[in-house]
Design a protein around this ligand. Structure first.
Ligand code: APR
Length: 319
């Protein structure tokens, strides 16, 4: 059986880590694409030289021409710029909208059957622009945020309760930003829900509240520490998990930014929800019953995403 092909558009910090993980997990051949010349080629060569040490066979290639992503089964997009001091939200949107449009064109032309995972921020808006620009069906274009946000939540919870991260499940709804909704009632340790664990004395309500806040600001905390750049190991691992579920038709139930058509009362927008990822991409958006507080929090997160998308539409209309 021929190896699968994975294109990584953007060969920066996340792109390089994605290539490393795709190789180590034997997911297939990898093309690292970037507008910067030399960087994708250099990273691909470095990783190819790692492959005999780690013992995987993959063709690793760097590229500056979209023709090289032809026939990819999965495309993971990290191309773009990060917000710099002095840059307004709309300045950032203006730049990254253009990047998503060129990436979308490249995908449309060279691998229209791919499963596309967007990581570029602001995520919920960029995945929307990318889907429009690529013209791919919405079930084949998703955004990576929920796996990362829930992994942050899981780590903090496991650390606090001194149990294995493997036994902590958590999920997060809503946009990828400080309005995200970590779902306390639906997060567990070995099946025991967090409110129950509080009753059992494993953790105080105050501690849980502070973990929820820390999760919401998880990205900013790392930016504050790194100073030059944002998180890249956990974002890359999260996207690889999603790619693997698609490539192996695992049907993992993962929180991701999926295109909603009425679910959760949202229509025509990407918002973070649990979804089944399988051979057809998003096989199903999982709708759960929310209580009044959760519904209100989700509604305000959806409003924040709406604000971003309408800013994108305004910028697109002007250009
Ligand atoms: N086409 C292809 N690549 C591009 C383009 C473009 N039009 N514009 C920029 N790039 C490349 C840059 O050359 C750079 O190598 O995108 C890469 C981005 O890499 P980093 O700056 O290292 O950013 P990274 O940490 O990988 O994060 C990428 O993911 O989490 C989000 O907020 C983060 O939006 C950012 C993205």
């Amino acid at each position: 059986m021929a190896r699968k092909k994975i294109a990584l558009v953007g060969a920066g910090n996340i792109g390089g880590t994605l290539a490393l993980l795709a190789g180590m997990k034997d997911l297939g051949d990898v093309v690292l694409f970037d507008i910067a010349e030399g960087i994708p080629q250099g990273k691909a060569l470095d990783l190819a030289q790692l492959s005999p040490v780690e013992g995987f066979d993959a063709d690793l290639k760097g590229a500056n021409d979209y023709a090289d992503i032809a026939g990819s089964d999965v495309v993971i997009v990290t191309a773009g710029v990060a917000r710099k001091p002095g840059m307004s939200r709309d300045d950032l949107l203006g730049i990254n909208i253009k990047v998503m449009q060129s990436v979308g064109e490249g995908i449309k032309q060279h691998c229209p059957n791919a499963f596309v995972i967007c990581i570029t921020n602001p995520l919920d808006a960029m995945v929307w622009v990318l889907q429009q620009a690529s013209g791919l069906p919405a079930n084949k274009v998703v955004g990576m945020a929920g796996v990362l946000d829930s992994a942050r939540f899981r780590h903090f919870l496991a650390d606090e309760m001194n149990v294995s991260v493997e036994d902590v499940t958590a999920f997060v709804l809503g946009g990828h930003g400080d309005t995200m909704v970590p779902m306390v009632r639906h997060s567990t340790v070995a099946g025991i829900a967090l409110p129950e664990l509080i009753k059992m004395g494993w953790m105080s309500q105050e501690k849980l509240d502070s973990i929820v806040e820390r999760t919401k600001n998880g990205g900013a905390e790392i930016v504050g520490l790194l100073k030059t750049g944002s998180a890249f190991y956990a974002p890359a691992a999260s996207a690889i998990l999603m790619a693997e579920s698609y490539l192996k038709d695992k049907r993992r139930v993962l929180p991701c930014a999926a295109y909603l058509e009425g679910q959760y009362g949202v229509d025509g927008m990407y918002v973070g929800v649990p979804a089944i990822l399988g051979a057809n991409g998003v096989e199903k958006v999982v709708e759960i019953d929310l209580d009044a507080t959760e519904s209100a929090l989700l509604a305000s997160s959806v409003e924040a995403v709406k604000g971003l998308v309408s800013a994108c539409k305004d910028i697109q209309a002007k250009s």
